[in-house]
Design a protein around this ligand. Sequence first.
Ligand SMILES: [Zn+2]
Ligand SMILES: [Zn+2]
Length: 241
Amino acid sequence: MRAQIPDVSDAPAAHNDHKNGGSGGFDEAMENLVEAISERKVEPIRIAYLGLRSANGKIPTREILDCVGRSITSKSGSVWEMIVSAFSHGHCVMCNDGVSPCRTCHGSGMVNDYVCPDCDGLGIEVCMFCAGTGWSDHHDIPAEIRPDAILRRIKHVKKDLAILDKVSEADMLASAEKLDPHQKRELASRLIRLQARLTRMAGVEVGNDTEHVAPFSAAAARIKRFLEALRLQHPQDEENQ
Ligand SMILES: [Zn+2]
Ligand SMILES: [Zn+2]
């Protein structure tokens, strides 16, 4: 299956107007990127950057990005940041945000009065393609952008983790009991996504930035305990139906 970031051949029809990326193709690719950056839209920025990369025949230089920046009275630094951000926010093609309601129990966590065997009572199905991160694969990010995009993802995960760290484990487990099934599923979805991202990023090293590894692994293990508390426990488990 083709990965999420479209090849330039998948880019909008405008690219069909030129062959082999002549200067017309380059100008048009520049215009597309200027437009996408101006509109600050993630998907168009990714497509336009890949289009420019292809029309240019090589990785666009900072000078080229400077030109984009000038066209929208923005600094090239921020153009680069926006491109990095767009790729770091790339979504998995196979799912919506890493998780979806379990198909076996339709998200209820129960099947015929028993805890659903497929989701173990969480009512959630985890995407096998992205393991629940909801993110595009790192290898779908152009090599020149990948390190910065990964650092951005690490920053994102650290921010989510800081929110989680504010809640004590005891409070979390106590509040889990008071939630209705819908709220439980919402919370479990967020936790599964964060857990998946922590696990994914714990295994990633970017330059010297490896300090996240141990805390990310520990946090992923802590989330596992929260998720256990959110699972439906059938009150009549002992009864034989
Ligand atoms: Zn289920
Ligand atoms: Zn996915």
